[in-house]
Design a protein around this ligand. Structure first.
Ligand SMILES: [Zn+2]
Length: 290
C-alpha cells in the first residue's frame, strides 16, 4: 500500500489549470501549474512579464446583482520577475456590474524564466471561496446547519477528507427532512399512492443506503438534475470509502455533494412554489366563472 508521502515523492507533478479556472474554482491551499500566469506586455514602455489578470465570473452578493457577474482586476499591473523565488501578492477584483463588491486573492506566484507559465498558490480569498450557502439549502438541512458550515470551512481551506465527512454526516442525519420534502412534492403533483408509499418506506428505513435505494424510484421528474436522480447521485458519492481516497479526491467529491444538495434544495423549493402559484391562479379563474 502506498502512503501519502510516498505518492508525493513518486509523482511530483502538480495539477494544472488555467488562471481563470484556478482563481474561480480552486479552493485555497494547493500548488497548481498555470500555463497562462503571465503575459508579455509594456504598460509603461518597459517590456516584461506581468500577471495576466483575466476577467473572472464570480458570484456577486450585492442586492443589485445576486448572481454570477463579471469581475475585473483593479490591482494595476503586477510585475512577475521570473526568479526561483515565490512572489507574494494581493490581487483585487471588482464586480463590473454593481462596481461595489470586491474579491481579494492572496497569492504566491513563481513564473518560469522566459515563459508566461508558472506555479501559483492561493493562501486565501475574501469573501471566502465558492458561492455563499443559499438560504434554501440551510432550510433543507435544518438542525445540521452548523455541521454543514464546518464542512464548508474545510472545503474552503482545501481539507477534503474533513469536508467529505461533515457533508456525509449532514446528508445521513437529515435524510428524513430531505425525503419529507420530496414527499410534499409528490403529494402536490398528485402522484400515485404506491409512489408516495415508497417515500414513507424510505423514511421509516433506518439504514441510509437501503432508504436511498427505496426512495430512488419515487423521485418526480421535476427534481432530476440534468436527467439524473439526485438521491442516486448523493448515494453513490457518499458510499465511496473515504479510506481509499486521497485528500484531493475527497475534496472533489465533497464539492459535488454540496453542488447536488444545493441544486436539490433549489428544485424542491421551485417545485413547491410553482404548485402554490398554480393553485392560486386556478382559484382565481374558477372564482371569475362564478
Ligand atoms: Zn455586483
Amino acid at each position: 500500500m502506498t502512503t501519502e508521502a510516498q505518492k508525493t515523492t513518486a509523482s511530483p507533478t502538480l495539477p494544472e489549470a488555467t488562471l481563470v479556472d484556478f482563481l474561480e474554482t480552486h479552493p485555497p491551499g494547493q500548488f497548481v501549474q498555470i500555463p497562462d500566469l503571465a503575459i508579455w506586455a509594456s504598460p509603461d514602455g518597459f517590456q516584461s512579464w506581468y500577471f495576466s489578470q483575466p476577467e473572472l465570473q464570480l458570484h456577486c452578493t450585492n442586492e443589485r446583482c445576486n448572481g454570477i457577474r463579471v469581475f475585473r482586476c483593479v490591482s494595476g499591473k503586477i510585475h512577475l520577475a521570473g526568479t526561483q523565488k515565490y512572489e507574494n501578492e494581493f490581487v483585487s477584483y471588482r464586480c463590473s456590474n454593481c462596481q461595489q463588491e470586491t474579491k481579494v486573492f492572496a497569492l504566491a506566484m513563481r513564473r518560469e524564466k522566459d515563459k508566461g507559465k508558472g506555479i501559483c498558490y492561493k493562501y486565501g480569498e475574501v469573501p471566502v471561496f465558492g458561492p455563499p450557502t443559499p438560504s434554501r439549502l440551510i432550510k433543507l438541512i435544518g438542525p445540521n446547519r452548523d455541521v454543514f458550515l464546518k464542512g464548508r470551512n474545510c472545503e474552503n481551506q482545501g481539507l477534503g477528507i474533513g469536508a467529505f465527512v461533515y457533508y456525509r454526516r449532514v446528508v445521513e442525519n437529515q435524510k428524513n427532512r430531505i425525503l419529507e420534502e420530496i414527499k410534499k412534492v409528490l403529494e402536490k403533483i398528485h402522484a400515485k399512492p404506491d409512489v408516495i408509499s415508497l417515500l414513507d418506506q424510505a423514511i421509516t428505513e433506518t439504514q441510509f443506503s437501503k432508504a436511498m435505494g427505496i426512495a430512488k424510484d419515487g423521485i418526480p421528474e421535476s427534481l432530476l438534475i440534468d436527467g439524473h436522480n439526485p438521491l442516486g447521485l448523493l448515494h453513490s458519492a457518499l458510499s465511496e470509502g473515504v479510506h481509499e481516497l486521497t485528500d484531493e479526491e475527497c475534496l472533489e467529491l465533497a464539492g459535488s455533494i454540496r453542488v447536488v444538495l444545493t441544486e436539490l434544495s433549489e428544485r424542491l423549493s421551485q417545485a413547491l412554489k410553482d404548485e402554490a402559484e398554480l393553485t392560486k391562479a386556478v382559484g382565481k379563474l374558477l372564482n371569475r366563472k362564478k
